[in-house]
Design a protein around this ligand. Structure first.
Ligand SMILES: Cc1cc2nc3c(=O)[nH]c(=O)nc-3n(C[C@H](O)[C@H](O)[C@H](O)COP(=O)(O)O)c2cc1C
Length: 317
């Protein structure tokens, strides 16, 4: 879809949303790990149009990740078991921060660690250099690493301690990224909020498995991986809706978003912004289409601001 002309823009609905002290041009962001580091395909997507870029999870030291096969297509989605392959924080500072300086879109760094100290060390290192980063998304929910990550995401006390420690060392946004692989996602969200998080994002991938009946082999080296894509949209919507009933802080909806209508559904459920993940693999420019179709949806439904959608789903009870 062609971007709108200046004349058309003046009568279009306002897409701006606020999270903490940050104002975003629109609520459509790209999700961690699905857009590389945000610098790979400038000819395929105008990154400056995005509400924000959330960069791939960074750990204190570089990681190779899990052995292949670590990606498989599944009905309406995919399973990945990348295992946090990444360049490590030193290289992120040296090679990527200078590139982010040149973008006019907001950049949020996603961080993963195996213990509390690792998260603290990464943020301390980031805070000691000057950067345009507006915040950190804290991955406490990656199902693909043997140690760490997931242990925080399933435990309220650990989530609270980690959030509190990170709150002490940065004034930038802290967004705790929640796992759907828990019995009560709301209590984890409440712990993050009480400990000082600016927002929560939900959901990370859903634990899944894929088997090839012909060979009898598991399709993924680690056997279990993270399911993403349209298959998990209903899980994400329910998580966001439940969180919205209990939390005061904004919620960023993630899971299976491919269109402006999907974005509207997440916002009606209670999200203030959304992240687009797996859909980027099929079309790296899809977020631009989503922004345009969200704008059309708002205009057609006579809403002047996207914020009018937040939490406004009609339910039966
Ligand atoms: C290949 C792949 C890599 C991912 N890597 C990360 C990551 O490094 N850190 C993270 O927090 N989430 C990661 N995710 C999860 C996504 O950010 C997102 O939460 C999830 O895929 C659900 O959204 P979607 O259905 O739109 O893909 C990854 C997802 C995929 C598919």
């Amino acid at each position: 879809m062609a971007p709108f002309t200046m004349r058309e823009k003046s009568i279009l609905a306002d897409l701006k949303v606020t999270i903490g002290k940050e104002l975003f041009e629109n609520p459509v962001w790209v999700a961690s790990g699905t857009f590389g580091y945000g610098t790979e395909a400038p000819e395929l997507v105008d990154v400056d149009r995005l509400g924000a870029i959330v960069t791939k999870s960074i750990t204190r030291h570089p990681r190779e990740g899990n052995p292949p096969p670590r990606i498989v297509e599944t009905p309406s989605g995919m399973i990945n078991s990348i295992g946090l392959a990444n360049i490590g924080v030193e290289k992120y500072i040296k090679d990527l921060l200078p590139i982010y300086e040149g973008l006019s879109t907001k950049v949020i760094m996603n961080i993963a660690g195996t213990d509390i100290q690792e998260y603290i060390e990464i943020i301390e290192m980031m805070e000691s250099v000057s950067s345009v980063l507006i915040g950190y998304e804290i991955n406490i929910s990656c199902p693909n690493v043997k140690k760490g990550g997931m242990e925080f995401g399933v435990d309220c006390d650990m989530t609270a301690i980690l959030t509190e420690k990170l709150r002490d060392i940065t004034e930038r946004l802290i967004i705790m990224k929640l796992s759907p692989n828990v019995s009560d996602i709301v209590s984890i969200g409440v712990s993050a909020e009480n400990a000082g998080a600016d927002a929560v994002s939900a959901i990370n991938t859903v634990v899944g498995m894929s088997i090839n009946a012909k060979t009898g082999m598991s399709d993924i080296y680690t056997n279990y991986g993270g399911l993403s894509g349209p298959a998990i949209k209903p899980v994400g919507l329910a998580a966001v809706h439940k969180l919205h009933q209990k939390l005061e802080i904004p919620i960023i909806g993630i899971g299976g978003i491919v269109s402006g209508e999907d974005t509207a559904e997440y916002m009606l459920a209670g999200a203030t912004a959304v992240q687009v993940g797996t859909a980027n693999f099929r079309n790296p420019g899809i977020t631009e289409n989503i922004i345009d179709s969200l704008t059309l949806y708002l205009n057609e439904s006579n809403r002047s601001s996207v914020t009018e959608l937040i939490g406004k789903v009609h339910t039966y009870s």
